[in-house]
Design a protein around this ligand. Structure first.
Ligand SMILES: C[S@@+](CC[C@H](N)C(=O)[O-])C[C@H]1O[C@@H](n2cnc3c(N)ncnc32)[C@H](O)[C@@H]1O
Length: 259
């Protein structure tokens, strides 16, 4: 998932790398809590408010709260984060991952903007997966992890080239397109909409087969909401819930191309 980092307005690639790998996992929680311990009143307000743009820590950026079941699994996710258990599969919220597991089919061809553990998971569950990656070190890691799968490839290229790379594909090629790339380039410059996830969606519209699915992670972020007009006429299911990082609710949207 990323996009915690949409909240922060920083380079998502670097930010996710930090939050996922470098720190002992309980550090971010302690850092979040630290001011709260020194000034109780301000602390509780901050703790509940979450990051800017959110009504509260329990709201998505669309001002919605996830269903009760998603909230009730929060302690389990906190425990996973504290004990450093890596997400098994795509880095999307837990209810969205359950939903994805329910719809995915072994014969599917998948294209993914933004690689990760997800790419390895797709390699195990579908006929083929091609992922794009803009961070050289992360690309090397994912490529190494994919070495034993002959149905998967991860391509290293600038995030600015993600949409044009997709345009090279034939129409109706993919059963599933996953839009989960960075919102900044390798130099940390925020991408303009035509090159970020919005641009990746536009480039994918004709590449998803009729009846196929496009998944947009962090669809509650204002900068990605244009997806609804780009994909007008596609059936949409939005699912919000928590991930291990960040501990705020996020939304993932599934769009089906009309047949
Ligand atoms: C939103 S993440 C993509 C996550 C991926 N689709 C998944 O579900 O695992 C966007 C970018 O963050 C970086 N990234 C993702 N997971 C990472 C990790 N565990 N460590 C370092 N970088 C990571 C990669 O550059 C990736 O393209």
């Amino acid at each position: 998932m990323a996009s915690a980092d949409g909240d922060r307005g920083s380079c998502m690639t670097c930010a996710t790398a930090t939050s996922q790998r470098s720190f002992p996992v309980f550090f971010p929680i302690m850092i979040e809590m630290q001011p709260d311990l020194t000034n109780e009143a301000v602390g509780i307000e901050r703790l509940l408010r979450g990051s800017s743009g959110r009504k509260s820590r329990l709201h998505t950026m669309r001002d919605e709260t996830p269903p009760l079941r998603a909230v009730s699994e929060l302690p389990w996710l906190v425990a996973k984060r504290v004990f450093g258990e890596a997400p098994d599969g795509p880095w999307i919220n837990a209810p969205a991952l359950r939903f994805l597991k329910g719809i995915i089919r072994p014969q599917w061809r998948v294209f993914e903007f933004g690689s990760g553990r997800s790419t390895i998971w797709y390699a195990k569950h579908v006929a083929s997966v091609v992922a794009l990656e803009s961070a050289a070190r992360w690309h090397a890691q994912v490529e190494q992890d994919l070495a034993r799968y002959d149905n998967a490839a991860v391509e290293l290229l600038s995030a600015r080239e993600f949409p044009s790379r997709m345009r090279n594909e034939l129409d109706s090629t993919f059963d599933l397109v996953v839009v989960d790339g960075p919102d900044a380039d390798e130099c940390g410059c925020v991408l303009p909409p035509e090159l970020d996830r919005t641009g990746c969606i536009c480039a994918s519209v004709t590449k998803v087969r009729p009846g196929g699915v496009l998944v947009l992670d962090n669809s509650d972020l204002p900068r990605y909401r244009q997806a609804d007009s780009t994909l007008a006429g596609w059936r949409c299911v939005r699912i919000s819930g928590f991930t291990t990082s960040p501990l705020t609710p996020m939304e993932t949207s599934f769009y089906w191309r009309p047949r």
